[in-house]
Design a protein around this ligand. Structure first.
Ligand SMILES: Nc1nc2c(c(=O)[nH]1)N[C@H]1C(S)=C(S)[C@@H](COP(=O)(O)OP(=O)(O)OC[C@H]3O[C@@H](n4cnc5c(=O)[nH]c(N)nc54)[C@H](O)[C@@H]3O)O[C@H]1N2
Ligand SMILES: Nc1nc2c(c(=O)[nH]1)N[C@H]1C(S)=C(S)[C@@H](COP(=O)(O)OP(=O)(O)OC[C@H]3O[C@@H](n4cnc5c(=O)[nH]c(N)nc54)[C@H](O)[C@@H]3O)O[C@H]1N2
Ligand SMILES: [Mo]
Length: 764
């Protein structure tokens, strides 16, 4: 079964279901009124940045933009429940490990710094000074700074991330494994090669002007609900929305906008996708190449008939390099290969291409369905190639738009969380702070895990996140964590990464985004973040902290830094007491932040200039670069089908989770309730393996490194998905993702293409 057009019958995403779900969350947070007040400050000029996702905020949005999953993210943090020392006293770490991710985080906010006590197998409260002193002592005692790994999750503010990278570089290493390595790394790598900057080129306003929007490998109904509002407005004014997604995602079909009172009252909804194609897993590069082939065919016909050209020759001639080679690569790729790899027919691909050719201005967005494959970099280059053909980069209403995940994952990179930092940035740091900056590349996520496993790394510091659950090969990573001399997790809630203590282990609790961050004078401190559209804006919490013992992330970093590297280079405490001073340092060392402190206090912040948006190409060739590679020899889907009973598995998110944080056990839009151990599969495939809907089996990875990887006891859910491609939830299925299977050039775990088979359930 390949792509098909949408029937009118499916019910819509959003709507009353979303509102009902919000009410439930607010009640569960323990304080519905305070919760509602908190919501009203989300993404407001005088409020905090929603910790939900990295979608941009509208210019004219003076009213609260409703978002169901934003509400979940906020009430998750603003809960009254607390995991106090009494909670840790009542439960050994071994007991806590038996809880699911969901059950564990239900215990609420961390309230005190805690140190692991091996004798009692419990976390015990500790004074901040003692924690800093011991952590500093161990870090100083390692025989090289490269023996420590400093992880960052993308929620950290610019100020936190900048101070963190400064501390780590003063300490002496570039070991910055980052959630981005598992996320949009391929977008960064590919776009840097293609257009000279590793970021998207569009602004939110461009969505109001585009004639067509291609949405590839993304599920905004769940993961970027505010984007659905923009897609809906585009669809309503007649723009085409063309979706490529193996799975029929309800939010992309129809959406009832809770913002729209009339639509809500009438029970109406808006059709989002005008065309919905269901490629096979990993088949997007072939699909995009097929569209380019159709564009070239139309171009040849137009020229022969003496009609206007389909291509933007002026753009290609003035701005691009490598066009002839690209055209040759397209000509050399046959339709049979394209159809087989993509799973779409030539006619379908031509229909999608017709939308592209008809549209004056095209935006292409993508997310994890594109970035978490072996050939993701090549696929994103192919998307760029395709967009260059009609000059769809660097003008209004058009452009490339990787839709980022964590609310500040893009900002963290901008301010220096980078294991391969550009020399210019290191030079600027060295000049400004006068210390010997480490020059050797550091570890990304996979390299860090390798070093932790082989013993060359001995300390792990996690600034947010849930390293051991978010990374592949969960069982191996746990072994790695337990081998550490030191593990430190800076966090807001307990998670499983905290329950794999090394020799010395700390959980350091921090303030969340929604909470007031007061300095020694009692003044509220502002942090900043950068969204997917490169807008930098302020964020200040309004709630009373969950506990008086919390420190801000900046305060915690400053404490560790002072105890580790002293105050010769940087006076950490002074910076922690006045974030304006951190912003001054950012301004002095990173281009684009001129007049930072003033500009960030303007209501919507400011835009970080993107050279490619102005058609300035900072690639070595000084041009926008076409790439001309062959299609992958074999996608995981093609490999799987060479054997009997083998499938290509992708791991995605349910509607009730934020990455490793599980809010609830439902996936409303996909009709799954009360459970997460499910596999979505085509009904015919189910028949072929002799199983029925509701049967349970174990899932086994097929990977040739001799390691056995099994996820036990998963229930089949028949679904509208191509044959041979199946899906299930992350993080539960991370036990199946092999560490050795990584994206070419991006080194991203291939969590959307894992070859698996099923076997009879073994007793758990
Ligand atoms: N509520 C909520 N919001 C979030 C998050 C969350 O967990 N919960 N996570 C945040 C983060 S860190 C991120 S990175 C983003 C993630 O946002 P998404 O990228 O939307 O996240 P996934 O759930 O992984 O969904 C991937 C989508 O790609 C499709 N897909 C998978 N493989 C392929 C393929 O080969 N080709 C195509 N065309 N499609 C494919 C899947 O069917 C699915 O619809 O969301 C951010 N926002
Ligand atoms: N199989 C598979 N694996 C994947 C993915 C996939 O699609 N499939 N997606 C990948 C992607 S895109 C990403 S981004 C990573 C995510 O990886 P991470 O960023 O490491 O994971 P999260 O689940 O977002 O982290 C949740 C934890 O962050 C902490 N936290 C929450 N808020 C704050 C805060 O304000 N400050 C601090 N210090 N801590 C806080 C809480 O303690 C919470 O338990 O996972 C990756 N892993
Ligand atoms: Mo992500």
């Amino acid at each position: 079964m390949t792509g098909s057009f949408i029937g009118k019958k499916s019910s819509a995403a959003g709507g009353w279901g979303a509102l009902k779900s919000c009410g439930k969350r607010l009640l569960e947070s323990g304080s519905p009124l305070a919760g509602a007040r908190t919501m009203l400050k989300a993404n407001q000029p005088d409020g905090f940045d929603c910790p939900g996702c990295a979608w941009g905020d509208p210019e004219h949005g003076s009213s609260f933009e409703f978002c169901e999953n934003g509400v979940k993210a906020i009430s998750w943090e603003a809960t009254e429940k607390c995991a106090t020392p009494a909670f840790f006293a009542a439960n050994t770490v071994s007991e806590l490990r038996k809880l699911s991710d969901y059950e564990l985080e239900l215990n609420g906010r961390l309230t005190h710094p805690m140190r692991y006590d091996a004798a009692s197998d419990r976390y015990l409260p500790v004074a901040w000074e003692d924690a800093f002193a011991e952590i500093g002592g161990i870090l100083k005692g390692l025989d090289s700074p490269d023996r420590a790994e400093f992880y960052t999750s993308g929620r950290a503010s610019n100020e936190t991330a900048y101070l963190y990278q400064l501390f780590v570089r003063v300490y002496g290493t570039n070991n910055f494994p980052d959630c981005s390595n598992m996320c949009h790394e391929a977008s960064g790598v590919a776009l840097k090669q293609a257009i000279g900057v590793g970021k998207g080129t569009v602004l939110l306003e461009d969505f109001e002007k585009a004639d067509a929007i291609f949405v590839i490998g993304q599920n905004p109904g769940t993961n970027h609900p505010r984007m659905l509002g923009d897609l809906r407005r585009a669809a309503m004014r007649g723009a085409d929305v063309v979706v490529f997604n193996p799975v029929r995602e309800k939010g992309l079909e129809r959406f009832s906008d809770p913002q729209d009172k009339i639509e809500m009252l009438r029970g109406g909804s808006t059709e989002i996708a005008s065309q919905y194609y269901q490629p096979r897993l990993g088949g997007d590069m072939a699909a995009v190449r097929g569209m380019a082939k159709a564009v070239f065919a139309a171009e040849d016909e137009a020229i022969a008939a003496g009609e206007p050209s389909v291509l933007d020759h002026a753009f290609i001639a003035e701005h691009c390099a490598g066009f002839a080679e690209y055209r040759a690569a397209i000509d050399a790729t046959g339709w049979a290969e394209i159809e087989d790899q993509s799973g779409l027919s030539r006619a379908e691909i031509e229909r999608a291409a017709a939308v592209y050719m008809k549209a004056g201005k095209v935006i292409c967005t993508w997310a994890m369905g594109v970035t978490q494959h072996a050939h993701s970099v090549a696929t994103i280059r192919e998307i760029s190639n395709f967009m260059f053909l009609r000059g769809n980069v660097g003008r209004q209403g058009a452009g490339l738009c990787p839709v980022r995940g964590h609310s500040n994952v893009q900002g963290d990179r901008t301010v220096g969380i980078n294991e391969k930092p550009p020399a210019a940035f290191l030079d600027a740091l060295e000049k400004h702070f006068a210390f010997n900056v480490p020059r050797a590349d550091g570890h990304n996520v996979l390299a860090a895990i390798g070093a932790m496993l082989d013993g060359s790394a001995q300390a792990f510091i996690g600034l947010g996140g849930n390293f051991a659950r978010a990374t592949p090969d969960s069982t191996l990573v746990e072994t790695a964590m337990r081998r550490m001399k030191l593990t430190v997790n800076i966090a807001t809630k307990p998670n499983h990464s905290h329950l794999m203590p090394g020799e010395v282990s700390y959980i350091l609790p921090c303030l969340g985004r929604t909470e007031m961050d007061l300095n020694s004078l009692g003044n509220s401190q502002l942090v900043t973040v950068e969204d997917s559209m490169s807008m930098v804006h302020g964020s200040a919490g309004i709630n009373r902290p969950a506990s008086p013992h919390l420190l801000s992330e900046v305060g915690i970093i400053a404490g560790i830094a002072e105890a580790t590297v002293g105050t010769d280079v940087v006076r950490w405490a002074a910076l922690a007491d006045d974030y304006d001073l951190i912003r001054d340092h950012i301004e002095a060392t990173i281009p684009g932040f001129e007049n930072f402190n003033a500009r960030v206090r303007k209501p919507r912040g400011f835009h970080l200039r993107n050279t490619a948006s102005h058609r300035e190409w900072t690639t070595p060739a000084g041009k926008a670069c076409f790439s001309a590679v062959t299609l992958p020899q074999e996608t995981v889907h093609q490999r799987a089908r060479n054997g009997v009973g083998r499938f290509a598995l992708q791991t995605f998110r349910s509607h009730d989770q934020y990455n490793t944080t599980v809010y609830g056990l439902d996936d409303r839009y996909r009709g799954v309730y009360g459970e997460r151990q499910v596999i979505f599969i085509h009904p015919e495939d189910l028949k072929d393996i002799g199983a029925e809907a509701g049967d349970r089996m174990d899932v086994v990875t097929d990977y040739d490194d001799g390691i056995s990887r099994v996820a036990q006891d998963f229930r089949f859910v028949p679904y509208d998905i191509p044959r041979g491609s199946i899906a299930g939830y992350y993080p539960e299925l991370n036990v199946l993702v092999p560490l050795g299977s990584a994206g070419e050039e991006s080194d991203t775990p291939t969590s959307k293409s894992i070859m698996v088979s099923f076997r009879k359930r073994e007793a758990a």
